[in-house]
Design a protein around this ligand. Sequence first.
Ligand code: AMP
Length: 575
Amino acid sequence: MLLFSDVAAVFEEIEKRSGRLEMTDVLAALLKRADAAEIGKLVYILQGIVAPPYEGIDLGVGERFAVAAIASASGYSAGEVEKNYKKSGDLGDTAQELLGKRKQTALMTQEMGVAYVYDAMLRIAKAGGTGSQDVKIKHLTELLNNASPLEARYIIRFVLGRLRLGVGDPTILDSLSVAKAGDRSMREPLERAYNVCSDMGYVARALYTEPETIKDFHVQPFKPLMPALAEREDSPKSIIKRLDRCGVEMKYDGFRLQCHKSGGHVELYSRKLERMTDMFPDIVAEAKKLKAKGIIFEGEALAYDRKNGRHFPFQQTMHRRRKHGIEEASKEFPLNLFVFDILYLDGTDMTGESYRARRAAVQRLFRGKVLQPSQMKLVSTAKELKGIFNDALAKGLEGIIAKDLDAPYTAGKRKFAWIKLKKSYGKAVDTIDGVVVGYYLGKGQRAEFEFGGLLVAVFNPDSGKLETVAKVASGFSEEEMVSLRETLERMKTPKPPPNLDYNIEVDYWVEPEYVVEVAFDDITESPNHTCAMREGKGLALRFPRLLRMREDKTVKEITTSDEVRRMFELQRAKS
Ligand code: AMP
């Protein structure tokens, strides 16, 4: 049995290290000690979750309840716990300190295995209904009664969703490979398996029980795939140079949905892999009518404005649904799903097939209005591509996505299989998606909202670090400022994100979870930012402004430092 105390000791060690290689070694040694029944649970704990996102099982323990549990396990009053928390800034640290000075010793303590702790967390998460908060506190107190001070630190951080070990999915995948194969040789198949089912606990269990299945891992209904991502180019010419003859699709500014069906059962998932089935009954009903027994397909949902014969863009689509209620909105503003890919059909995993073959299936299967194929044309020249791009803009769309005819579906990856070309925003050539890592308080006019701007970072997949690229202080409507302040207030943390590289201070750090789309004029070198740093100079956006909040995107999808570097070089080549 792998003891949770051993896990906690390794967590403490990991916190002291920052290099990904070092972390991998320490973590691999820990994973090696888990058995088949423990490994999945241990992996979820490392990810800071109790279940994959689409199962919708959140821990739902607020600070107040954690304080109550710490108080009853330590014998201190809630007021004393709060006081200590004010000082430490971290309830995990507070739990560790106060449990170390426990006023009462538990009568019987029992050694806890990692599976025992996980099961208790799951029970806490699943407790619902009236009195559920009391049940949660009771379970949590029991855990703390049996915990050493160090274990308590990580249990509390975990239930609050703030484990923050700085261990990302790539490090866990590397470590699983090293634990089982002795080297990184399994990393690629493990990553693919994870990308097509989004459930790392499930993949880890498969690795420990039937390792041969990992190399030939198949997609399956009701395990959503991580969405394929689009690269960017800045002109029709550069797209043709890369892809040659390609399929060019309209880029709809809608809500990306993955639809899974098996027999009469249908589920919908967002790009963040949350279950959205109840939000889109009209699409579910239509999907049930499909002849295919088992199918997974993907598209962009847009509300249709009957009066004007046009589609609403993303923000309005969502706004209408919130404002009018799902039932009402379905009648008044029916949804159309523009289907652009198919990933599974009647027992066959389609992700390895070429886009050409998948697209043929899309055109064959979707002929209705609610579920209709996205518009696609084959082109061979930059001139033709430009024509379609202009048509897209004339129709009020965002741009186009060009697709490599021979490419498979690259779940969870940004590959040149899909290349987007978007309209420009004012002087801006393009936009980036970044994650908010901190924020500033307002001055002058804005003081009233206590909001002065955002520190925004992009991701460097090579190092696993977030790197800052802009301080965004304009582009906010008053409504956005109020809602941003509320959201960020809830995400405040005493320390910067553990995997953030930064040279610039903020008024408050936040959990790196909130994605924003930022427009800018151009890119410049700056010692203040750490994006794609070379010789002491990073890249920064000039005149950055908030274009919109992207609550539909996860931090996994944000722009990479490499992309910013490429945009910078394209810009240099032009001038
Ligand atoms: P972006 O969010 O700007 O990186 O653009 C990529 C997104 O465009 C995808 O994640 C989809 O949500 C969306 N999209 C719209 N139309 C299409 C299409 N025809 N094919 C693929 N993705 C599309």
